[in-house]
Write a protein that binds this ligand. Structure first.
Ligand code: NI
Length: 157
């Protein structure tokens, strides 16, 4: 287990496109468990993508901090979107910054889990927002790029 340093905006790695995972091996398992540990260590984040810890692989983890546990997405593809919702977003790579972002109201994502088993998940509400946000990280997109107007600077409660 390892807690990795979260890369902040300004580092060019956050703007790169991540590569597909070709096979789930011990290296992939290590990345996944480091992402889970690092997200848990943050306390206030609900999602973390591999490029945010400097690893350009198409992996992210989500923990909605409810009883659903931590979800792992390897090689995710958003295959369906529907409607829109607008909400306030932040990002562990842009600490203290918040902005209003429009996202799909509902989406369907296909991915592999941490064992490499394919799954399909339908999400709405905050989970859909989080999946869309984390998926963007894999393509070098930050929520700032999609925010309506300038970001607000606020210290988190
Ligand atoms: Ni983020």
């Amino acid at each position: 287990m390892a807690i990795r340093q979260i890369i902040k905006e300004g580092d060019p790695v956050l703007r790169k496109t991540s590569r597909e995972v070709k096979e789930i091996n011990t290296r992939t398992e290590q990345i996944i468990s480091d992402l889970i540990d690092t997200l848990a260590d943050c306390g206030n984040g609900i999602g973390l993508a591999a490029p945010q810890v400097g690893i350009l692989r198409r992996i992210f983890v989500i923990d909605m901090q409810d009883d659903s546990g931590t979800r792992v997405f390897v090689n995710p593809r958003i295959v369906e979107t529907e409607g829109s919702q607008c909400g306030t977003e932040g990002c562990l790579s842009l600490p203290g910054l918040w902005g209003e972002v429009e996202r799909p109201a509902r989406l369907v994502v296909e991915a592999l889990d941490r064992e490499g088993t394919p799954f399909r998940l339908e999400a709405d509400g905050l989970l859909a927002v989080c999946i869309a946000h984390e998926n963007d990280h894999l393509d070098g997109v930050l929520f700032r790029d999609r925010a309506k107007g300038p970001l607000r600077r606020e210290v988190q409660q």
